[in-house]
Design a protein around this ligand. Sequence first.
Ligand SMILES: [Zn+2]
Length: 672
Amino acid sequence: MVNSTIQKTIEALRTELRIHNYNYYVLAQPTISDYDFDQKLKHLYELENTYPEFYDKNSPTQKVGGDITKKFEAVAHTWPMLSLSNTYNEQELKDFDDRVKKAVGENIEYICELKFDGLSISIRYENGKLIQAITRGDGIRGDDVTNNVRTIRSIPHQLKKNNYPEVFEVRGEIFMHRAAFLRLNKNRSELGETTFANPRNFAAGTIKLQDSSEVAKRPLDCYFYFLYTNNRDKLFKTHSESLNALREWGFPVSEHFSICGSMEKVLEFISYWEQNRNSLSFDIDGIVIKVNNYIQQEDLGFTAKSPRWAISYKFKAEEVQTVLSKVSYQVGRTGAVTPVANLKPVLLAGTTVKRATLHNANEIKRLDLHEYDTVFIEKGGEIIPKIISVDLSKRKQGSMPIQYPTHCPECNSRLEREEGEAIYYCPNDQHCPPQIIGGIQHFASKKAMDISGLGNETVEALYKAGIIQHISDLYTLDSHYEQLVGMERFGDKSIKNMLLGIEQSKEKPFHRVLFGLGIRHIGATIAEKLTEHFENIDSLISATKEEITAVHEIGDRIAESLINYFNDPEHLEQIALLKLAGLKFQTERIENQSTGIKLLGRTFLISGVFENISRNELTQIIEINGGKMLSSISGNLDYLIAGENMGPAKLVKAQKLNINIISQEELFEMIK
Ligand SMILES: [Zn+2]
């Protein structure tokens, strides 16, 4: 790499990490995983170490201690925090019952507990003092969030004198009461801050805040449900005895647990709470069933992932009734028109629901939806609520069926529907505002051109200010500096950052550019396949349908979409302008290095995704240089080349086997 490119990479990483830090610590709404964050930080750290001339005391790598960029320390759990296997129906519970009885006999007592919808925590006490609180993490290691947990009022710091063991761990669930959630969320929305989807997310976001005083302002609560200590089975015979003891020692333990002598009793308990869960002040998402007797628990043991003596029953999605006020139509980036049901606001699973998705015209037909219908809606997990059915008995007389529009609600073009598809499209992709905005947002997005400093809101603002109308306008933005400075909430720094991001995007490979164009049906993988076959855009533009479908895994639908796209002179003009701006419209072949022995006798595995190079290209480089590719991690593996989003399990395995984990840059060093 040339020095100026390195400096740009370093600066781009710093900017990106600062944004993530802000999202994580200040907004408590991270947009990438902790793992991805750590990988980026590591990458920056390595670059800064290799090129100390770019040292900056304000870099995110330099800030430790007291500052908001400080990360939580990862700590190993003394007893792994396993998750329970889930069931969703009676039959699966009966199967569980059969398995248990087969293993330890008919004489079984189950204990049923509410499954709190929050985040799990493990807290260590020594001599009655709270010592350390760790999140679940990956079950083996979690984050040390002791200071934040100390702010939760219901969790004791110091136990009263009692007969507790010298050292023990309690497991519990931290959650937020619904009323507190609604109130805080309302405050946030009034302040123009982004709101949280549900109490669980709010609680989880809060516990990851760096500033404990901010945590203390948010009312969190906790219930405890599990005790770990050495010789536990000498102290107690059953799980329920340990729960009672926890309560005596001063821990909040939910009163709603029940000992059941049979699976029938278990089912009764489940059914009761499925119907009455709204009477609680907090969310539960199911019931946990455990074998009560410790000796029997021990006999049953564990599978690799979870205990055999416990199971969780997840409630079906909650369902409520409300009234449809109207159906509106949203036009997406691809021109797809999505109907949305606007509803009379109703509380569902802890959140206020005002809208539900209707997917497409067929869905409206299936429901036979009429104006002002009373509808049943449900919400499963994080998914947007949907309408399940209409209560026909409440239909108003004379109300008209919902008519799907024939023209685009945004630009009034006649809508089109591809044969065999359920979705209507607005064909006017160059002049329909949401399509233009969506198209540019897609182009700048992470998976496409990954332009830092050009987020969705900025794109929208630039379009509304009349500064950009096409993707190619991004590359002449620097000539609009005066106009940019005049825009609201757009500082000099963020403009420079954006322009730098746009400039850097010119280095992105052909397949990212092709994906970025947003041609219908051309996803990231398809784009990569196409650019491996067609080495430049001109050969793709002039290709016939037969030539395109000759590419492995490329079918008629994709070929037709490409031909359609390139038939439009406005699209060709855009491509010409982007070419002129210096974007890459051809595949860069790796030069055949005839030496080819630098990696001889060494084995490699590639994991994750890479910024500027495809995995295929990396494989080529390795093989050209005499290296051998392996298909999985084993003792035979010499090097694991780690990109972004590599699975944590792989990393752990590689570390265990002492395999060299290297970056793409380190690989290039090896073949220099
Ligand atoms: Zn339109």
